[in-house]
Structures are given as structure tokens and as C-alpha cells.
Design a protein around this ligand. Structure first.
Ligand code: ZN
Ligand code: ZN
Length: 364
């Protein structure tokens, strides 16, 4: 059976259990996950017997190419999305319809309530996201491609970087090579922080030149078309001074200890704690001010979160980042980030081909 239909059937079962007639999917990433349609601006209605994708004429050809097993409702110019949704809902004689509470703005929700007043709208949260937690073989294959494109991008940038390049130029190079190696784009605007600017965990690239310090923090990832990778490495552009080596070794030890914990059944917060204890024991606990990692898939940040208070047990098929860091104002910061697949017996580091040892992170 087609993998998209299988996913929709899981939601159909859930609708039946909840005693609801339909689910209106408005999060575009969720629509893609459930249909294979890669465009946006389209809603999916999951009904008791069939499903309908509501879209518009800009996507007619793309829909013919990407969606084969689904009824499609295309509206013409001058017709609204909600008008189209209402028509399908009325034809199917729906009464109680679930919607995705988190994907609607206050304004869209108000418009929903007005246009769909003949139906009882029931807010739901995370139904599709829960399915997205566990990646199937096809998704894992695409994540591997995204990781490999990130590796190739890194190798070229590391080899070709010169001291006169600015953070912005490095960011440009990352984007350029990500596309050159087949990616659609970077997964997110990259972080490039020279020396002290690496102390800003999410610093935007500036005109600072790379040669102004001995090291630069680079956080990048590639969107291979749908699925994304997300890595961080320290690029050594000068000498490896003792302080950098010391901080780097603490962060790397913490990261490896956390990754070693990853296997099915382990609560997400246990993995976070493993890294945090090592950084705290070295005296830098208060300089690691963010969670250890996050899920990765169609979105750069999705479930599960690896942080304090997250009891969710890990399960085979989850993909998470592990990214401890130490940020010292005025000096700089070190973060090391890799992408990890939870397997049935433990884990696999999807980004293991991007070297972690400082000596292998030097320019040239
Ligand atoms: Zn990152
Ligand atoms: Zn990340």
C-alpha cells in the first residue's frame, strides 16, 4: 500500500476512535507528509472513506505529477480556500471536524469559525506530528542524503576558506555549495561566528573577517528537497590554543557520552542529563544554556526535544540532534552538533563522516 495512504489511514482510525467525521490538515508540512505533494497553500481533508486535497490552479500540473491516489479539489480564481473546504465538507455531510489548533493564527481561526459555522470544529494537537516522530525507511534514506550534502558542503568550505573572508561570505559559500551538491537550499540561515562572536549561540553572520580569530563556529545543514540535516563544527583558522582545546574536549566528551546513551526506551531527558553532568563537573554548567537537541525531519526543529523534563522514551526511527555547547562571553563558544538515528539496538550517527577531532577541522 502507498505509504501516504497508510499514514492517512492511521489518522482515520484515530478519528473513528474520537468519534469525529473528519480532520482538516492545515499545516503544509503535514499535508506534504500525508500526500507527497510538495507545494504549499493547500489543505487536506481526511474523511471516513476518502481524502480530498484542496488547492488552487497554480499547482494543477504539480498535483498531477505528485499526487495519484487522492481526490483533488481545485478552486478557480476569485474563490477562497475556505469556500472550497466548506463545499467538500458539506458534500461529505460532516458534522464534527477536527482541525490542527497549532497551525492556525487567531485571525485564521476567526475566519474558520465564521465560514464553517455549520460544522462543529474540534481542536486537536499533534496528531500528525506524532506520526512524524518515527521515520520510515524512505524518510531515513532522504535524511542520509541531506547529511551527505552537508558533509560535502563542509569539506569544500573548509578547504577553500581564506582569512579575508567575512562571516557573510562564508554563509554565502555554504548556501552555494549546498545547492551545487543537489540540495534545495540550506536547512536554515547558517550561523557563522568568528571567535568571540561564537559565544552567541544563534549569532547572525556579519562583516567580521574569519582571520580576526583562531576559530569560527559554523552551524549549517542542507534541505535535500524535503528533509533536512543540522550540524555544527568549529573551524580552526589559526592556532589551536590551549583554552580552545580544553573547552573543545569537554564539549566533545559531553556529546559522545550523550550519544552513547541513545537507544530505544531511554527517556529524552536522560540523554540531555548525560551531557549536562559532564559540562557541569568541568565547571561550565552555567555556560550551557540550551537544551541538548531536537528532532529532525521535514522541519529543523520537531519532536522529540532532548532537554530537562522531557520524559518521552526514545524509539527506533526517531532522528535527533545532539548539540552540547559552552559559550563564554568575550572569548567565544564551542558547540558540536551531529544527527543521530535511533535504531532497534541503539543508534547510528548519520553525520559520522564529518570529522570531529580539532586537527581535522582546520582550514585547508
Ligand atoms: Zn544547528
Ligand atoms: Zn540543531
Amino acid at each position: 500500500m502507498n505509504r501516504y495512504l497508510k499514514r492517512r489511514d492511521k489518522l482515520r482510525r484515530r478519528l473513528r476512535q474520537a468519534g469525529l467525521d473528519g480532520l482538516l490538515v492545515t499545516n503544509f508540512k503535514n499535508v506534504t507528509y500525508l500526500t507527497g505533494f510538495t507545494g504549499d497553500d493547500s489543505y487536506l481533508l481526511i474523511l471516513a472513506q476518502h481524502d480530498v486535497l484542496c488547492s488552487d490552479q497554480r499547482f494543477t500540473t504539480q498535483l498531477e505529477e505528485e499526487v495519484t491516489d487522492l481526490e483533488v479539489e481545485i478552486r478557480g480564481p476569485g474563490h477562497t480556500m475556505l469556500g472550497s473546504v466548506k463545499k467538500v465538507m458539506a458534500q461529505a455531510k460532516l458534522r464534527q471536524v477536527a482541525f490542527e489548533a497549532k497551525s492556525l493564527t487567531v485571525a485564521t481561526h476567526a475566519a474558520f469559525c465564521q465560514a464553517l459555522e455549520d460544522f462543529e470544529l474540534v481542536a486537536t494537537d499533534g496528531w500528525v506530528e506524532q506520526l512524524r516522530l518515527l521515520k520510515d525507511a524512505a524518510e531515513i534514506a532522504r535524511l542520509r542524503v541531506a547529511c551527505d550534502q552537508a558533509r560535502r558542503t563542509w569539506e569544500v568550505v573548509r578547504a577553500s576558506l581564506t582569512p579575508d573572508m567575512t562571516e557573510c561570505e562564508v554563509a554565502n559559500q555554504l548556501e552555494f555549495h549546498a545547492r551545487r551538491f543537489g540540495g534545495k537550499s540550506l536547512s536554515f540561515p547558517p550561523i557563522v561566528g568568528v571567535g568571540p562572536r561564537a559565544a552567541l549561540p544563534h549569532g547572525n553572520p556579519t562583516q567580521q573577517v574569519v582571520g580576526a580569530s583562531d576559530f569560527t563556529l559554523i552551524d549549517w545543514g542542507v534541505n535535500e528537497g524535503l528533509y533536512v540535516s543540522d550540524l555544527t563544527r568549529i573551524l580552526v583558522t589559526g592556532r589551536i590554543l590551549p583554552k580552545l582545546r580544553k573547552i573543545y574536549e569537554i564539549v566533545l566528551t559531553a556529546q559522545l557520552a550523550a550519544i552513547a546513551k541513545i537507544r530505544p526506551g531511554v527517556p529524552a531527558e536522560t540523554v540531555d542529563r548525560a551531557a549536562r553532568e559532564i559540562i557541569a563537573a568541568a565547571g561550565y554548567g552555567k555556560y550551557f544554556g540550551h537544551g541538548l537537541g531536537h528532532g529532525l525531519g521535514l522541519d529543523v526543529h520537531e519532536a522529540p526535544r532532548l532537554s530537562k523534563g522531557q520524559a518521552t522514551p526514545l524509539a527506533a526511527g526517531m532522528v535527533v540532534t545532539v548539540e552540547p555547547g559552552i559559550y563564554l562571553p568575550g572569548w567565544g563558544g564551542v558547540r558540536i552538533e551531529d544527527d543521530i538515528l535511533v535504531t532497534r539496538t541503539g543508534h547510528e550517527v548519520l553525520t559520522s563522516s564529518v570529522p570531529q577531532q580539532l586537527e581535522e577541522c582546520c582550514v585547508g
